[in-house]
Design a protein around this ligand. Structure first.
Ligand SMILES: *[C@@H]1O[C@H](CO)[C@@H](O)[C@H](O)[C@H]1NC(C)=O
Ligand SMILES: *[C@@H]1O[C@H](CO)[C@@H](O)[C@H](O)[C@H]1NC(C)=O
Ligand SMILES: *[C@@H]1O[C@H](CO)[C@@H](O)[C@H](O)[C@H]1NC(C)=O
Ligand SMILES: *[C@@H]1O[C@H](CO)[C@@H](O)[C@H](O)[C@H]1NC(C)=O
Ligand SMILES: [Zn+2]
Length: 594
C-alpha cells in the first residue's frame, strides 16, 4: 500500500514537472468521499483516500479535538520531514517570544489592494511596487479556513482553530464541534495562552474590536456561541451553565492571568462611558452591542484581583493614559478605549490609540529581558473585516495600513533571534480587485476610466455582495446609463467617494457583506518560521506555535526543546541519512512507474 502511494505521488509529481497534468489519468481515480475520514492514524483530504480500498467500510468519525490534534501533528511531521529532506534544519530553532498578528478578514485581494493603498497613501509612487512589512518575511504558507460545519467560515471557528489547534463549528469559541448549549465543559479545548502560562510565559491580547469579540475571545473563553458577550445574551436554557464571555475574561484562566488586555468593549465589560463622542456615523450590525444586567463592573473587579501586584495594575481608557503607563514596571495592564469597537482608524476619535500604540505598550509590559521566560501575544487588526462587511473599502484598506504599522512596531521592538512573528488572516472576504486599471491608478478609483468610450465606469474594488448594492442601484434621482442597472459613477461627487462611509458597489444585495472561503496567506519571521510552508489546515498554526515555542502538545514532538535555541548537528546527520534513504527509495519505485 505504501509503495503504491509513493508511486502515485512520484507519478503526479513527475507529470507536473514534465508536462501539463494528464486529466484522463486523474479521472480514473475514485472520487473521494466527503470528509468523514478518520480520527486516529488517518490523514485528511483526498490524498488520504488513495490508501483506502473500496472494500474498506467507511468509518464515520466526529471531527473533534482529538481528530484535529492528529491532523495538526501530521502536518508538523510532514513539514519537518520535508525540511530534513531539503537539509534545512532551522525549523528546530526555538522562539522565546511569539506574536500572532491576525488581520481579521484580510484575504489575499485585501493584502494586494492594501499594499497599493499604502504606497499611494504615503505618496511613495505608483503603489503597486510598495511593500507591506510582512511582504519581506522569509516564509509563507496558505491556510485552509473552512469550519467543521461550514465551507465559508466565521472568526470564532477560525480563531479557535488557530489558537487551540482544533477546528470547530461556525460561531463556537474554545470548544470543539461536540459543543453543547447545556454543558459548558463539553468539548473544551485549551489555547496557546494556557500553554504559554503553564510554561511561565507572559501573555497578552490586543485588538481594535471589543475585547470580547470572537477573535480575542478564542484565546481565553469557552462558550457555545460567540454572541454571548454579556450576561443578557446567554439564552434561558444556557443560563447558569454558560458564563458570558466578558466574565470569563476576568474570572477564569487564562484570561484572568493575562498581563495585557487592550481593545474596545467597555459596554459588555460593564464600564460604559456615557460621554463617548462619535463624529462619523458608521453602520452595520456590529455597531450595536449588548449591555450587562448584573450591575457588575468587570474592569474594576479585575483591578481588585490584581491588588497585590508589586507595582499597581493599570486600567486606562485613553491614548494619553496608555502612553503614561510605566510599561517596564507594570505587570498587568488593561486598556478599554471605547464602549464598542475602537473607531475605524480612518476616522480616529480623540483619545483613541492606534493599533501601533497598543502593540508597543503590550510588548513593553511583556518583554522582561534575558532572565524571563518570554511571552505570547495576539494582536488583531479586527476591523478590516468589519469595513468589508459594510463595503467600506477605503475604511478597510486603511485598517490594513494601520495593521502594517503595528507589525513594523513589533519588528522594531523585538529581537528577531528570539521572536517568532506570524501574520495571517482568519478568513477572507467577498471582495475583488479587478478590471484593467492603468499602472498607478487610484486603488479606490475606477477600473476602466482610461477607456473614454466605455459608457459604464466601474471600480477596481468591487464586492460580490453587501449593502453597497443599494447605494449603486440606479433610481429616479440617479438614473442608470443605457440598459445598466447601476447609476454611473460620475453621478457620485468626489466628496461622497472619498468619505470613510462610502460603499463600493456590491453585485448582490445583502445587509452585511459575507466572508470569502478561499485560503488565507500566512507570513512568518523569526525562529521556527520555516514551519510555515505549503498549504495546510488552519489549526496547524497552533502546532507551529507549540513546537517553536516549546509549549503545549507539540513541545515533546522531538528532542528539539530540550536542546535549546539552535538545531544540533545530530539533526543534520539524521537528515542526510533519511535523504539518502529517500533518494534510494525514489529510484527503486520510480522505475516501474515510467
Ligand atoms: C492580597 O493579599 C492579601 C494579604 O496577603 C490577601 O488577604 C488577599 O486575599 C490578596 N488578594 C488577592 C486578590 O489575591
Ligand atoms: C521602525 O523602525 C524604522 C527604522 O528605524 C523606522 O523608520 C520606522 O518608522 C519604525 N516604524 C515603526 C512603526 O515603529
Ligand atoms: C452614458 O453613456 C454615454 C455614452 O454611451 C455618455 O455619453 C453619457 O455621458 C453617460 N451618462 C452618464 C450620466 O454617465
Ligand atoms: C437615489 O440614490 C441616491 C444616492 O444613493 C439616494 O440619496 C436617493 O435617496 C435615492 N432616491 C430614491 C428615490 O430612492
Ligand atoms: Zn466578519
Amino acid at each position: 500500500m505504501k509503495v503504491f502511494c509513493i508511486q502515485f505521488v512520484l507519478l503526479v509529481f513527475s507529470q507536473s514537472l514534465l508536462r501539463a497534468p494528464d486529466l484522463t489519468s486523474a479521472a480514473t481515480l475514485q472520487p473521494p468521499p466527503l470528509i468523514q475520514t478518520l480520527s486516529d492514524g488517518g490523514d485528511i483530504g483526498p490524498q488520504f483516500n488513495l490508501e483506502q480500498s473500496s472494500e474498506t467500510p467507511q468509518v464515520i468519525v466526529v471531527e473533534d479535538a482529538k481528530f484535529w490534534h492528529n491532523v495538526g501533528m501530521r502536518q508538523l511531521k510532514k513539514t519537518i520531514d520535508n525540511a530534513k529532506k531539503a537539509k534545512e534544519y532551522s525549523y528546530a530553532n526555538k522562539a522565546k517570544n511569539i506574536i500572532v498578528f491576525v488581520g481579521d478578514g484580510m484575504g489575499i485581494a485585501t493584502i494586494s489592494a492594501g499594499r497599493i493603498y499604502k504606497g499611494q497613501y504615503l505618496k511613495h509612487g505608483n503603489g503597486e511596487e510598495e511593500t507591506l512589512i510582512f511582504d519581506d518575511f522569509p516564509n509563507t504558507g496558505m491556510a485552509k479556513t473552512y469550519n467543521v460545519d461550514k465551507q465559508v467560515p466565521d472568526s470564532a471557528g477560525t480563531a479557535t482553530a488557530m489558537f487551540t489547534g482544533v477546528k470547530t463549528d461556525y460561531g463556537a469559541i474554545g470548544v470543539d464541534s461536540t459543543r453543547s448549549e447545556l454543558n459548558a465543559e463539553q468539548g473544551r479545548v485549551e489555547s496557546i495562552m494556557d500553554w504559554a502560562q503553564r510554561a511561565g510565559k507572559r501573555t497578552g491580547i490586543v485588538t481594535t474590536t471589543r475585547i470580547t469579540h470572537a477573535t480575542p475571545a478564542s484565546t481565553y473563553a469557552h462558550i457555545y456561541d460567540r454572541d454571548w458577550e454579556c450576561d443578557t445574551e446567554v439564552p434561558a436554557q444556557s443560563v447558569g451553565i454558560h458564563v458570558d464571555i466578558a466574565r470569563q475574561l476576568v474570572e477564569n484562566a487564562p484570561g484572568n492571568k493575562f498581563n495585557v488586555i487592550l481593545g474596545g468593549g467597555r459596554k459588555p465589560m460593564g464600564a460604559l462611558n456615557p460621554q463617548e463622542v462619535q463624529t462619523v456615523k458608521f453602520e452595520g450590525p456590529t455597531e450595536t452591542i449588548c449591555a450587562r444586567n448584573d450591575q457588575r463592573n468587570l474592569p474594576k473587579e479585575w483591578l481588585q484581583k490584581h491588588a497585590n501586584d508589586s507595582v499597581p495594575a493599570a486600567l486606562v481608557h485613553s491614548r494619553e493614559e496608555l502612553l503614561k503607563v510605566d510599561v517596564k514596571q507594570v505587570d498587568h495592564l488593561m486598556g478599554l478605549f471605547r464602549n464598542n469597537h475602537i473607531t475605524y482608524s480612518i476616522a480616529r476619535q480623540a483619545g483613541e490609540p492606534s493599533l501601533q500604540d497598543m502593540t508597543e505598550a503590550a510588548i513593553g509590559v511583556l518583554e522582561r529581558g534575558q532572565t524571563s521566560s518570554g511571552y505570547v501575544l495576539l494582536v488583531e487588526g479586527g476591523r478590516i473585516d468589519q469595513g468589508h462587511h459594510m463595503n467600506y473599502a477605503r475604511a478597510a484598506l486603511h485598517e490594513v495600513y494601520e495593521f502594517d504599522l503595528a507589525i513594523q512596531a513589533a519588528l522594531n521592538n523585538t529581537n528577531p533571534e528570539e521572536t517568532l512573528i506570524l501574520v495571517t488572516a482568519d478568513h477572507s472576504h467577498a471582495v475583488t480587485f479587478n478590471g484593467y486599471p492603468l499602472r498607478g491608478n487610484d486603488i479606490l478609483g475606477s477600473a476602466n476610466l482610461h477607456k473614454a468610450k466605455d459608457p459604464m465606469v466601474y471600480e477596481t474594488i468591487t464586492y460580490a455582495n453587501g449593502p453597497g448594492y443599494f447605494e449603486h442601484l440606479a433610481n429616479e434621482t440617479r438614473p442608470a446609463n443605457s440598459s445598466n442597472v447601476w447609476k454611473p459613477l460620475n453621478l457620485f461627487t468626489q466628496e461622497e467617494r472619498t468619505s470613510p462611509t462610502y460603499r463600493n458597489l456590491a453585485a448582490f444585495a445583502l445587509k452585511d457583506e459575507t466572508h470569502g472561503g478561499e485560503d488565507v496567506a500566512v507570513f512568518a519571521h523569526g525562529p521556527g518560521s520555516n514551519l510555515v510552508r505549503g498549504v495546510f489546515e488552519q489549526n496547524y498554526l497552533a502546532y507551529v506555535v507549540s513546537y517553536a515555542g516549546c509549549i503545549g502538545p507539540a513541545k515533546d514532538f522531538d528532542g528539539s526543546c530540550s536542546r535549546g535555541y539552535a538545531a544540533s548537528p545530530g539533526d543534520k546527520i539524521t537528515g542526510s541519512v533519511s535523504l539518502l534513504v529517500a533518494a534510494i527509495v525514489s529510484l527503486l519505485v520510480a522505475a516501474p512507474a515510467t
